[in-house]
Design a protein around this ligand. Structure first.
Ligand code: AMP
Length: 378
């Protein structure tokens, strides 16, 4: 076990690292973060920040020297950086194997299929000539996605015909793409799962996620789905945690089809935006769970204390000062979180609100939306 008093290294200094660090500090750990942006959201609360890019080998050596265990807070950290740390004998959780799979849609989909988990039909596109085969085998409407580097819907284009496919291929201009069938989902769900080295696995209730412009807007916990679907979503996440040999938490994004089939869209081997509600609504949050898992501690309870709705607060580009907080705080069922980002650029994730209700997810949603409505960037 890595006990309190030890030092955790964090690759990446955004809000996920920040919220993990709050928990780590509460539990008595030290945290050193590596991020190229000085005074980043995580750097503001960590014991120390090494200001450097993730591929700076000297900086990685400093991090390795300072830390007992290392983790990362977003999945586009170069696998090479994690492999280097591992080659120096450092423990990084989730390990480079899990990171490698989640970073490349080809590897991810193959892993999911081999694990017996459903995915949307897909075809790997590496050259223009592959488009005709994909059109034939998968068909329209389809989504052409870059296999690496995409997030929040970036790096993907909807295709209705062959002309659009050719144009999308040129626009994306990427050596590895995937042509995916666009599936007629009725809901988007996600499950946060956690596993420790001893093989203990826990899953949080599936949430329903609503996206706007491909960016997560709202998460409702628990998702309003039949008990059978809730159980199946958690079963699928558990399989993934086990087959991935996960140590840490992982967000599993899913589509629920009209016939109640579940398909997995993406894996994020780190705390996930759709799990932010767990800070206020669960006995042990996804962030505490992550710290427990990477430090070989027993995992905590994922039990929900009520109904929860989380609404993201995005920047609008209209100003960097948030007004209206005094009105939001009048509702004692609304919890307010800001990430310490100084520039509220349009669509930038600046914070979130979580509302808790004893009676329904609808009431929680109404309160979360009412709270968000009162907040303005000026
Ligand atoms: P992704 O970048 O893969 O997470 O996709 C971003 C969003 O695009 C998802 O949250 C869905 O709303 C939508 N999407 C992605 N893939 C599919 C698909 N195969 N069928 C339908 N919608 C999709």
């Amino acid at each position: 076990m890595i006990l309190p008093g030890s030092t955790i290294g964090m690759l990446g200094g955004g809000q996920l690292g920040r919220m993990s660090t709050f928990k780590a500090k509460q539990m008595g750990y030290n945290v050193v973060v590596l991020d190229s942006a000085p005074h980043c959201p995580c750097g503001q609360v960590a014991d120390r920040q090494i200001v450097a890019p993730f591929d700076d080998e000297a900086a990685l050596r400093q991090l390795a020297a300072a830390c007992d265990v290392i983790t990362y807070e977003f999945e586009n950290v170069a696998v090479r950086a994690v492999e280097l740390l591992e080659s120096w004998g450092k423990t990084v959780w989730p390990d480079s194997h899990a990171l490698r799979i989640s970073q490349h849609r080809w590897a991810e989909k193959e892993f999911l299929r081999q694990s017996g988990v459903g995915v949307a039909d897909f075809f790997k596109v590496a050259a223009r000539a592959d488009l005709a085969i994909a059109a034939e085998q998968i068909g329209f409407p389809g989504l052409l996605k870059t296999a690496t580097g995409g997030y929040d819907g970036k790096g993907q284009i909807l295709l209705h015909n062959n002309t659009q496919a050719g144009q999308a291929f040129d626009t994306l201009n990427h050596p590895a793409l995937v042509w995916e069938k666009q599936v007629p989902f009725v809901k988007e769900l996600s499950v946060i799962c956690a596993r420790n080295r001893q093989g203990e696995v826990v899953t949080y209730p599936a949430t329903e996620n609503i996206h706007v412009d491909n960016i997560l807007d709202i998460s409702l916990a628990p998702a309003e789905v039949p008990a059978k679907v809730q159980a199946e979503a958690q079963r699928v996440a558990r399989i993934i945690a086990e087959k991935l040999n996960l140590v840490g938490v992982c967000g599993v994004e899913m589509f629920l089809l009209p016939d109640e089939t579940i398909l997995v869209n993406e894996l994020a081997p780190r705390p996930h935006n759709s799990g932010h509600y767990t800070i206020d609504a669960c006995r042990c949050s996804q962030f505490e769970q992550h710290i427990r898992a990477i430090c070989d501690l027993p995992l905590g309870s994922t039990e929900l204390k009520g109904y929860a709705a989380m609404a993201n607060l995005l920047g609008t580009g209209t100003g960097n000062n948030l007004t209206g907080l005094e009105n939001v705080l009048q509702n004692s069922r609304v919890c307010f979180h800001l990430y310490g980002k100084h520039q509220a650029a349009a669509k930038r994730k600046m914070g979130h609100v979580t509302a808790l209700s004893d009676s329904s997810v609808h009431e929680a949603l109404a309160w979360a939306l009412e709270a968000r409505e009162k907040l303005k960037w000026q």
